[in-house]
Write a protein that binds this ligand. Structure first.
Ligand SMILES: Cc1ncc(COP(=O)(O)O)c(C=O)c1O
Length: 389
């Protein structure tokens, strides 16, 4: 035991944990004690990293090529990402504007770090990815949670941006497809939002981490709309590389120098073996594996969505992407947190309560992740059915 008093910075008071981690810990302890648990709380792909990526990572380790890379990333990887934008979206993005980061998390920190002064406001849709508001608070800005609902496909819109923009607002942050709702911002809505933000002298940050995991329609990158916005992406989700901690950020030309300085000071560089491994992430052999997995996620969505609706969960819009369903559970409870605890204890099904995703009716919502096999999902649905009966 330390004899010194614990001194915590005041900002720590507004940094909350992921509540689901408690639940996951409890689920793991129950499994260790012999209980069978169906995991629908986990926000990462269940399949391993594709073999070609692992081989490339091992090759880098064997070569011993493990020095720091430049802060902005391995030049060859930045070129590969630029080529990916051209091939996938037909959008020319110079490699010079691409920064390789420790995950989308590192990219979000760099983008927000370069933009926010203490007190600056950032518009965020709620429900939304919880780290965003904590990043803003860490930088002593003001995260402004804007309630988004099924009428706007759970996404910020140009109209909401206009309604909530005030003096001191510097940015709006969206994710498409989104966590926890899986919805995509349509191309015309995206263009309107870019115009709304840039017309007010602000910057749009668009988190495209779930690109590649879209099951219908065309996805456009926000970079097709403007060179003046920030795009966050990652090797975590579609590329199945969560633990390698690798992502990227595309920045407007005028921000490259500032973001380079921040990256040098905060991280020095993204992990070197992961960067070498990711050099083969865009190769046709790897993409074939990843696209087959995307198709499997689609099958899971197409099974789970109607099954949950049949049970009485309300999922008003069909999510086009990611691997989440955000369900209104108010037919069963007015306390989704207690309900998730009972589901775990009594039914052996782990889900994420709405409380992790902000202040917009969290007590009425649960997030179901289809990051487990169809057979497990079917068993989960059976257990839910028995529990609700
Ligand atoms: C919307 C969103 N952005 C960013 C992240 C962070 O991902 P990573 O740092 O693994 O790339 C996540 C992880 O779940 C996410 O859901």
């Amino acid at each position: 035991m330390s004899h010194l008093p614990i001194h915590l910075a005041r900002r720590m008071a507004s940094i909350q944990p992921f509540f689901v981690m408690d639940l996951l810990g409890r689920a793991r302890r129950m499994e260790a004690a012999g209980r069978s648990i169906i995991h629908m709380e986990i926000g990462e792909p269940d399949h391993p990293t594709p073999e070609p990526i692992i081989r490339a990572g091992l090759d880098a380790l064997r070569r011993g090529d493990l020095h720091y890379t430049p802060s902005l990333g391995l030049p060859a990887l930045r070129e590969s990402i630029a080529a990916f934008y051209q091939e996938r979206y037909g959008v020319a993005v110079p490699a010079g504007r691409i920064v390789v980061t420790p995950g989308a998390s590192g990219a979000l920190l760099l983008a927000l770090g370069a933009l926010i002064d203490p007190g600056d406001r950032v518009l965020l849709g709620e429900p939304g990815y919880p780290c965003n508001r904590h990043f803003v608070r860490f930088l002593e800005g003001e995260p402004v949670g804007v309630a988004v609902g099924p009428e706007g496909r759970y996404q910020l819109t140009a109209e909401l941006v206009a309604r909530h923009w005030r003096a001191g607002t510097v940015a709006a942050l969206i994710a498409s497809p989104a966590n926890p709702t899986g919805t995509v911002v349509a191309a015309d809505a995206l263009a309107a939002m870019v115009a709304a933000v840039e017309g007010r002298g602000g910057r749009l940050i668009c988190d495209e981490i779930y690109h590649g995991l879209v099951y219908e329609g065309q996805t456009t990158t926000a970079l097709a709309c403007s060179d003046e916005l920030f795009v966050v992406n990652s090797f975590s989700k579609y590329f199945h590389m969560t633990g390698w901690r690798l992502g990227w950020l595309v920045v407007p030309e005028g921000y490259v120098d500032a973001v380079d300085r921040l990256a040098q000071n905060l991280f020095l560089a993204a992990p070197t073996p992961a960067q070498y491994a990711a050099l083969v992430a865009f190769a046709p052999e790897t993409r074939a594996i990843l696209d087959a997995r995307r198709d499997e996620f689609r099958q899971r969505r197409d099974f789970l969505l109607p099954a949950l609706r049949d049970l009485g969960f309300v999922i008003p819009v069909t999510p086009e992407g990611a691997f989440y369903l955000y369900a209104d559970c108010s037919a069963f409870t007015d306390d989704s947190f207690a309900f998730a605890e009972r589901l775990l204890e009594e039914a052996g099904v782990a889900v994420t309560p709405g409380r992790d995703f902000g202040a917009n009716a969290p007590e009425r919502h649960l997030r179901f992740a289809y990051t487990t096999s169809l057979a497990n999902l079917a068993e989960g649905v059976r257990r839910l059915g028995r529990f609700l009966a």
